[in-house]
Design a protein around this ligand. Structure first.
Ligand code: ASN
Length: 309
């Protein structure tokens, strides 16, 4: 298959990349500090699982397939996300977070979106018995503190841009409201129309996002969207934890139950929880106003582009 070569860039671009990576390093440092100060236990990431996130049904998801490897007679999937593992981890450990590498084999045309990578890292966290509003408040605290930490960071002057200012509480919309205003492909149009991040509630998404038992068809999930056209920042939800509801949702979604056997065997005894994950590279891209999320990676992983190394 024809693939574009990764842009190499001249000296100016190499210098910008060095500055961007320096800022990303400080974002990581502050993120570690924040979650520890908030009482989360940091876990090491899992990269292979006997079940992983199906990433659908969700019109925003477009992976060709889930990457898998066979090892000693067992099939392992590379993590699309650690969501299923997070559900067990909160039961064992309490509030947890992970810097979690994900592999998502996106279609090559996704490279043009500016925000898709086939390998990236998310800050992924989960809190036992939390509700959606608790998680949204936590995320707003995180961004506020990050904004304070980065104020005056030399990277912004070096790049000739203003540091972002975050002033939550942020607006919330349902996806129905956004669709009515901006059409089915609302994300980027709505993002361009805002100068602060905003919340989009109530997507019909994966089986693990809880459907409100009091209001079927209403999902207790939330996306955070960056302003100025940068698009989705974070997704999360309250979770389905009752085994019968999980089984029904998997059936209703028409996804192959075989890939969830290992999860379902253990899913009895899950507890209510809520959490979210945000892509570190997308956050860095937004902060430094990079044209493409691959511009903040030293080893670019852009769909449709040949990787250097
Ligand atoms: N991390 C997300 C969540 O917590 C799931 C995902 O990345 N697909 O809901």
């Amino acid at each position: 298959m024809q693939r574009a070569e990764a842009p190499r860039g001249g000296r100016g671009e190499r210098e910008r990349r060095r500055v961007r990576l320096g800022l990303l390093s400080d974002v990581l440092w502050r993120t570690v500090g924040f979650f520890h100060e908030e009482g989360f236990t940091q876990l090491l990431p899992v990269m292979l699982g006997r079940s992983t996130d199906p990433l659908g049904p969700d019109p925003g998801s477009s992976v060709i397939r889930t990457a898998e490897i066979d090892y000693l007679g067992d099939r392992f999937y590379l993590m699309n996300s650690m969501i299923l593992h997070k559900q067990f981890a909160v039961r064992e450990v309490g509030p947890i977070w992970i810097l979690s590498p994900n592999v998502r084999l996106e279609r090559p045309e996704r490279g043009a979106s500016g925000k898709h990578l086939f390998e990236f890292t998310q800050a992924d966290f989960e809190v036992p018995r939390a509700r959606a509003a608790d998680i949204r408040a936590l995320v707003e605290r995180y961004f506020t503190e990050l904004g304070h930490t980065l104020h005056g960071h030399p990277a912004f002057a070096a790049l000739g841009i203003e540091p972002p200012t975050f002033s939550p509480p942020w607006r919330t919309y349902t996806t129905h409201e956004l669709e009515a205003r901006y059409g089915a492909d609302w994300e980027i149009a709505a993002s361009r129309d805002h100068d602060q991040p905003f919340w989009a509630l109530c997507h019909r998404r994966e089986f693990y996002d809880r459907e409100d038992p009091a209001e079927p068809g209403h999902y207790l999930n939330y996306d955070l969207v960056y302003p100025e056209g940068y698009g989705e920042a974070l997704s999360g939800a309250e979770r389905e934890w009752e085994i019968d509801r999980i089984r029904n949702r998997i059936r209703r979604d028409g996804i192959a139950p075989a890939a969830f056997g290992a999860y379902l065997e253990r899913a009895e005894g899950l507890i209510p929880s809520a959490g979210a994950g945000f892509g570190i590279e997308r956050l860095a891209r937004f902060l430094v106003r990079a044209p493409h999320v691959g511009d903040v990676q030293l080893f670019r992983r852009v769909p449709g582009e040949r990787a250097d190394l």
